[in-house]
Ligand binder design. Structure first.
Ligand code: CO
Length: 140
């Protein structure tokens, strides 16, 4: 069977500290780290959710993708991320099927992962991220 997993679920929030306090205090989730990803215009808090992660995304400014998302729809589920072993193979496969992509080639995301987004119009209305961790050539 193909080695694919739920890497994270990302929620767009307006106030990272408030949302973080909520998930830490009321669900007892542990914060792994907070990272500013300038390229995507977000501050990301990564929380441990057992076998996956919950990411809270706070826009750095209103004119970023997440800022625009919140302006249009309010805070809420932003994307789901599938962890893959070879992102190039996945992208090639999607392209071969004519699937609408946001990223035609992988770029570097949080945690130095190679990431690419698939358009929600193609996935049933959910923004879908593919992510290949920095060292998937390692045995695990
Ligand atoms: Co993500």
């Amino acid at each position: 069977m193909k080695n694919i997993r739920l890497d994270h679920v990302a929620v767009a929030v307006t106030n990272l500290e408030e949302s973080l306090a909520f998930y830490k205090e009321q669900f007892g989730l542990d914060l792994i780290d907070i990272e500013v990803v300038e390229e995507q215009g977000v501050r990301v808090a990564k929380l441990n959710l057992g076998n996956t992660h919950l990411e809270l995304l706070e826009p750095l400014s209103p004119d970023t993708p997440v800022g625009k998302f919140i302006a249009q729809r309010g805070s809420g589920l932003h994307h789901i991320c599938m962890g893959v072993e070879n992102i190039h193979t996945e992208i090639d496969n999607l392209k071969a099927h004519g699937t609408r992509l946001i990223d035609q080639t992988p770029r570097i995301g949080a945690g130095n992962c190679q990431i690419a987004f698939v358009h929600p119009k193609a996935t049933g209305g959910v923004l879908m991220e593919l992510s290949q961790p920095p060292q998937t050539d390692e045995m695990h």
